[in-house]
Each structure stands twice: as C-alpha cells, then as structure tokens.
Write a protein that binds this ligand. Structure first.
Ligand code: BES
Ligand code: ZN
Ligand code: ZN
Length: 474
C-alpha cells in the first residue's frame, strides 16, 4: 500500500437533467407556518411520524403512486455541522442503490451562507468512509445539487482536510510508519507546490534534534523530521507542529493491551497538521505556512531508551526521561524549539498527548493551552461557532515545580494529578522568544460512531483551528 492519493468524498453535482428531489429544510420556528400550507395527506404523515421540525428529525414523503417526492428535515438554528449528515444518512439507508443512482437532491428553504455551507459540509461528511482495506466496496451516496449560494471551494477544502486527517489516522501502523507518513506529507506538499525537507535518522543528531532521535531510535523504522513550507515570506508566519508517533507501544514503560490497541492513532496530531495544511493551501490563505512533523515509532527493543535516562535537547536544557511512554512531548519539544528560531507570528501544536485530557474533557473536546489568554478566548469562540469545541486548561504556575528533576533540568513526567497540564507546561519550557502559542491535546478518534462521523480516525479541533487562522489572517 505505497500509493496513497487520498480522495475526499464529493457527493455534489453542478447541474442535472434528472428530476431533483427537494430536501425541505425546516427550522423549528418556520415549521408551523409551513405545515399549515401543506395538503391533508402530507399533514397526516407529519402527524403520524411526530415530525415537528426539530433538528435532525427527518422523513421521506411519497406521492400516491409511491414515487419519492421530497425529503423533509429539521435543522438547527443556526444549522449544526452534522445536521445534514443525519439526513443524508437516513436517505441513504431508506432508499435502494437504484433509486439513489437515479436521484439528485436539492436543498430548499435554507438561507444564510454559514447555514448553507454547514449544511453542505454535513451532507458531504455522510459520504466519508475508510474502505481501502475492504474487498467488497458498496453503497451509493445520495448526490446533492450544489446550492447556488454555497462556497464550493471552501466546502471542498473543508471536506478534503477532514477526510485526509481521518484517513491518515485510520491507516494501520504497518502501512503508516515514519516512511509512509513522510510519503503522505510529500503528496500533500506536491499537490500545492509546497517545499518539503526531511531530516532522517543520524542526520537528526547532526542537526541537533536529540529528543526526536532518542525516541525514534527505539525502532528499525527510522525517525525523521518533516518540514513543509508554503506561501509568501512577506505574509504572517504560521507554524503548525503535529505529533507523529506512528505507533506508541509505550517503550520500556510498555502499555497494557487495551491501551496499546488504540495507538496507531498516535500520529493524530500529524494527521491534523496535514489536514489543516490542505485546507489552508486549497483556500490560498495569505499566510506563510510551515508544518513540522517529527515522525517516529515508540518501540520496545534492546536499544530503546530507559526510564531515568537523560537526554540533551535542541533548546540546550537536559531532560530526565522518567517515563518512556511520555514520548510525544519529547519529540514536540525539539520541533517547537526549531519553530521558534524563525519567530512565527502564531505557533500551534497538535498532539494526542495525554490520557488525562480525556478524563477531563472526554473524547471529542481537545484541551487547549495557550500563553496568550486573548488568543485562547478567540479559538474557544470560533470553535463553538464551527461546532468543533476546544476548551482551555491553565498553564498553572503552581505546577511548574512538579516537573523538577533531581538530576536534569526538567523531568518528562510530573508529580501530582494534572497530567495534561504537565504536558502543556513541559512543552512551554522549550519555546524561545515568547511566540503566540497554542497547544491542543486531542484524541483524534471517534469511538462510538455517529452520522457523518464513523467509528475510527476523527477530526477534533481541526475545523476550529482553520477558522481561527482564517479569521486572524484570511
Ligand atoms: N499517546 C499517549 C497519550 C494517549 C493515550 C492519548 C490514550 C490518548 C489516549 C501518550 O504518549 C502517553 O502515553 N501519555 C501518558 C503520559 C504519562 C506517562 C505521563 C499518559 O497519558 O498516560
Ligand atoms: Zn506514550
Ligand atoms: Zn504517545
């Protein structure tokens, strides 16, 4: 499986000669007025089904000959990004492949560009599937006629970024090691004529990335630092760093089976960085973008680093490696120091860093840390607006000393309970020159499965970060 060519679903069409099926989108406040004008048979069905225009309620209506004449769907006010995934999902289940192939759906009764764009994204997300390892591929996606006020480029960019992120996480670790992650990054760079430089194996030591090397040295699948750059140098400099641990066994502090089972997703931060880069480059945002991905495998082996080993870092401070399972912060530390050397206007790192963040916020909400409260507020606000919530935790001064080490300048694990805050405080130590910085501790996986969000690799905070960058610099 060497060739990726990840493709986003695109269940949309520009024009059609087919008879379209209206999808009547009703906000609760519009429902009564609309209902009063309908014919008796439809009113009857609406009453029988208990449809009241609530978001995500939906029903198919057939004429007296049994032909599908419309889909009636409740939507939020404002529309929620997944509202139309519920509708498209229901339509897809209710109709045969033959009818789906013969039909084109068309939104009616929706207004406002944000609502229309969200509705289209939701419709598109219903079509996301990871089936590259399945033999029998089946299922026809319901196709939507592009609404005339939809921002096609934006919608396609969002769907590409989200799909790429999910695909990269979904790939099994045997086909998504450091080499393959580099390949995927090269594809992303090539598609947008971005520059890419990759520093591999011993060269990491020569170029002074000792922490990336010490983690990655545990595996025969050699470590590397992927460095993508794109955009005019005169534009504001935005640097994204993504944790690329292609598999996290925990190293000598080996994980128990249940925890290790999920660890192909430990390059979720890198997957988010590449998904975000895809969105930014497709939209040609006027920024100077840099993406840094330290890509390693945290393996168990005779040469793997041990608890309480000490390593230098790019920053120059020494680190006591008390827990080999707290490896993500180590590789990010060197990448963040490198990022700071160029004095970015905004620096964001994304990482599946701690289980502790999940205890506090569950799977869907990344924990956000920032050295700039105003910036954190801005991200929190856009994340809510885009139905992609992130939530702040403090870089609490009082816990800094919990990372003290007896033998080195800093320890890679803390004492006490605040595991996710320790991760944030650890990373902050490796910045230089006080850039505006955000750290997102995320899960990157959907355990349950919802319409538009199947079980597996998931975007968590991706659309929010895009929205922040577009708002600040777009
Ligand atoms: N990749 C894990 C974090 C993780 C685990 C994220 C489960 C999401 C779900 C990370 O490398 C790790 O193992 N962190 C340790 C840190 C600890 C040793 C200080 C953790 O969270 O237990
Ligand atoms: Zn770990
Ligand atoms: Zn990890």
């Amino acid at each position: 499986m060497s060739q990726y060519s990840f493709k986003a679903p695109c269940p949309f069409i520009n024009s059609t000669k087919k008879q379209t099926v209206p999808v009547i989108l009703l906000q609760e406040k519009k429902f009564r007025g609309w209902y009063s004008k309908q014919k008796a048979s439809l009113k009857n069905q609406i009453n029988n089904e208990g449809f009241e225009g609530r978001a995500r309620q939906n029903m198919l209506h057939y004429d007296s000959k049994g032909n599908l004449c419309c889909v009636i769907a409740g939507i939020g006010d404002p529309v929620h990004i997944y509202d139309l995934a519920y509708v498209a999902g229901h339509v897809q289940k209710a109709l045969s492949d033959k009818v789906l192939k013969a039909s084109v759906f068309e939104f009616t009764m929706i207004s406002g560009s944000d609502n229309i764009n969200k509705a289209c994204i939701g419709w598109g997300l219903n079509a996301y599937k990871f089936d590259r390892y399945k033999s029998g591929k089946n299922g026809t996606n319901p196709v939507l006629l592009w609404p005339k006020d939809a921002d096609k480029n934006y919608i396609e960019a969002q769907l590409s970024g989200v799909s790429l992120t999910r695909d990269l996480v979904n790939m099994p670790a045997n086909d998504m090691g450091p080499v393959e992650l580099e390949k995927a990054a090269r594809e992303v760079a090539k598609a947008h004529k971005a520059k890419i430089k990759v520093t591999v194996d011993k060269e990491l030591l020569k170029q002074n990335f000792p922490l990336i090397y010490v983690v990655g040295d545990s595996s025969p699948r050699r470590p590397r630092l992927i460095d993508i750059s794109w955009g005019k140098a005169s534009h504001p400099k935005v640097t994204i760093v993504g944790k690329g641990v292609c598999f996290d066994t925990g190293g000598n502090n080996i994980k128990p089976p249940r925890a290790m089972l999920q660890m192909k997703k430990d390059m979720g931060g890198a997957a988010h960085a590449l998904g975000l880069a895809t969105m930014i480059m497709r939209m040609k945002l006027p920024i100077c973008l840099r993406v840094l991905i330290p890509a390693v495998e945290n393996s168990t082996s005779g040469i793997a680093f041990r608890p309480r080993d000490v390593s230098p870092s790019r920053k120059g401070i020494t680190v006591e490696l008390s827990d080999t399972d707290a490896e993500g912060r180590l590789i990010l530390a060197d990448a963040l120091t490198l990022a700071c050397e160029e004095k970015p206007d905004l620096l964001i790192d994304m990482a599946t860093l701690t289980g502790a963040a999940r205890v506090g916020l569950g799977y869907d909400i990344p924990a956000m840390f920032s050295n700039n409260d105003k910036l954190a507020e801005e991200l929190k606000a856009v994340s809510a607006k885009h139905d992609d919530l992130v939530w702040p935790l403090p870089l609490f001064d009082g816990y800094r000393s919990e990372l003290d080490s007896d033998v080195a300048d800093i320890n890679n694990i803390g004492t006490g309970l605040a595991g996710s805050i320790h991760g944030g405080l650890f990373l902050e130590r490796f910045l230089t020159g006080k850039p505006d910085w955000i750290h997102l501790d995320m899960y990157a996986f959907e355990n349950g499965g919802k319409p538009g969000r199947p079980r597996g690799g998931a975007d968590t905070g991706l659309r929010a970060v895009y929205a922040l960058i577009a708002k600040k610099f777009g």
